[in-house]
Write a protein that binds this ligand. Structure first.
Ligand SMILES: Cc1ncc(COP(=O)(O)O)c(C=O)c1O
Length: 366
């Protein structure tokens, strides 16, 4: 699985170097505006005193940790501000493995490829649980693979790449399985503001000392380049995670955290709702064209990815490259996401040209 991180970059590079006009639906970079308050705060920041250009507290700016803690109903001491959900997941997985109560990390297949990558990097072992064709996860399957060797179960809801949103019963069951096996449930909720179904349940609603929630502002505020996320740990697990964060990073980026703290305070629900509306429209546009092209596809309940399968055209890297060259649409090969969906291609709905992309696909596969 080590090669899968470069695969993202390989496909993006291939699309960028292609001769013709290519619509990039590879990455998860939002193309919409960040909150207005974020831009205002950045402008303000440029004129602050030099002391504001120095190290912030390692665990994050106090005002940002406070905002997060208030919103998530936890104590600020449980919050570590991280370099995106990426670092939050790393801290959570490392914390689970250093408890020395197992070296296995249970994850779904299809999987967000950084989970198996980080597991290898941390010396752990991956255990995969296949999800149903609609992306739903049967907790009984997780229970079957969980054992005293399990250090953590890591899940992502709303899900990349399937678009599934796990119901509350699944989240409760997963926390229980973690507790029963002296393991940790790590819930990556980075797409929580892109719950298009209204059914999302945060793992924070299940009180337990065996669960860690990770998140970021990368997607919700359309700022993947700012690198601000967070992890919420149970009180007894947080100190080691703060030490690891400090030893790896010293601290996070102060201007980014300042801007996010301001944006959090000053941005109302309308901002997030408008982005969900935009995505709902894109999902409809894109899936209608896939329907017309006779493709199979997933209709996401959350996140902003659609998986599609074209008859006689498996989603291999070679076919994805051919689609870039011949149809002018770039997606991610299904094989990047584990072994469950090699025939599929994932398309990220992060371009205003979703309709053109859909028409190109429909024409190409006619
Ligand atoms: C499921 C999931 N987790 C984490 C990340 C990384 O988030 P961040 O950019 O905040 O590190 C992504 C980015 O695509 C993601 O899809």
């Amino acid at each position: 699985m080590d090669y899968e991180t470069p695969l993202f970059f390989h496909v993006m590079g291939y699309a960028a170097d292609a001769d013709g006009d290519v619509i990039d639906m590879v990455s998860g970079n939002p193309d919409w505006e960040p909150p207005r308050a974020l831009r205002t705060a950045l402008h303000e920041y440029a004129d602050l005193e030099p002391d504001q250009f120095q190290y912030p507290p390692s665990a994050g700016l106090r005002e940002l940790r406070g905002e997060v803690a208030d919103r998530r109903g936890v104590d600020p001491s449980q919050v570590v501000i991280t370099n995106g959900a990426g670092e939050a997941n790393y801290l959570a997985m490392a914390r689970a493995l250093e408890r020395n109560v197992g070296d296995e990390i249970v994850m779904t297949d299809p999987v967000y490829p950084y989970y198996p990558g980080k597991t290898t990097m941390l010396g752990g072992t991956q255990r995969f649980v296949e999800t149903a064709p609609d992306g739903s996860l049967d907790p009984a399957d997780v229970r079957d693979v969980a054992s005293e060797d399990t250090a953590a179960i890591i899940v992502n809801t709303p899900n990349n790449p399937t678009g599934a949103v796990y119901p509350e019963s699944t989240i409760r069951a997963l926390v229980e399985i973690a507790e029963d096996n002296d393991a940790l449930l790590i819930a990556d909720e980075v797409y929580d503001h892109f719950d298009l179904s209204g059914t999302f349940t945060s793992a924070l609603t299940v009180d337990s000392s065996n669960r860690i929630v990770t998140n970021a502002f990368s997607k919700s505020m359309a700022i993947t380049g700012f690198r601000v996320g967070y992890a919420i740990f149970p009180p007894e697990l947080v100190e080691n995670a703060k030490s690891r964060h400090m030893l790896v990073n010293v601290a996070g980026s102060r201007p980014s955290q300042y801007a996010v703290a301001h944006a959090l305070r000053e941005t109302g629900p309308d901002y997030y709702e408008a982005n969900r509306d935009l995505l709902r429209d894109r999902v409809t546009t894109f899936t209608s064209a896939l329907e017309a092209a006779g493709a199979e596809y997933t209709r996401p309940d959350g996140s902003f990815y659609v998986m599609a399968r074209f008859s006689g055209y498996p989603g291999t890297l070679a076919n994805v490259e051919r689609l870039i060259d011949e149809a002018g649409v770039a997606g991610m090969p299904g094989e990047a996401f584990g072994s469950a969906r090699p025939d599929w291609i994932r398309f990220a709905l992060v371009t205003p040209r979703v309709e053109t992309a859909a028409n190109r696909l429909a024409t190409y596969f006619e």
